[in-house]
Design a protein around this ligand. Sequence first.
Ligand SMILES: [Zn+2]
Length: 236
Amino acid sequence: MKSPMNEKEIETTYDLIKSYYEKFLKKYGVKLPKLRDKNGKFTKDALVLTYLARFYPNTVVVTKSELTEFVRRFYPDTNDVQQARHLGAQKGWFISSGGRDNVHVKKIGEYRLITLEKPYPNFTYHRTDVIDDEDWKSILKKYKHRCATCGSREGEHHYHWPNTITKLQKSHKDPRKPLSGNNIIPQCQKCNRAYRNFWIFDDKGRVRGIANPLIIKKCDKDIKKKIYELLKKEYE
Ligand SMILES: [Zn+2]
């Protein structure tokens, strides 16, 4: 049985997390939770994150009930701690949750912080942009305020959907990388949505690679078969 984590240990672990965050994770848009709320109370996210980062880099598998018990010391009404999963997939921390085909943690209801040097796999930053308004304006200017992919012009009727007024959005060239200056092309709302995060684009808005292998699920049967044969040849 592990000894409980005291306040001092929570604070020093948080400081450690913060230093890794500044160095490795901030640039990817990973969200660092606040240590304390307005009333000086530890936040639940910070509690869960520090608990998972305990003994870093020699982190251990932590169960949901262990986390719940820990959080309850500060929030006695807590029933079900979901923070670990959210900190991973949604906020970008490389926390593995057990289940499905996870290679790091096998059992459902178990978590492990894998590293503080890389974000959660395939984590992409959407909510806030890493570029400022000036940079975005100069990108728009470079593209003459047109969608890189279909050419529709901002504020005008869409080329393919005349009833739609074109709005240009910041799109990833490569969705696996953060949305920052040299990874951004303007795309209209139609193109941005249609391609989601499936493709990698070049500067001219042309597809030049696959970013998400799930796109092959949309292929015809014979194409899938050909992909299968191709990969089989390559990996056998
Ligand atoms: Zn477009």
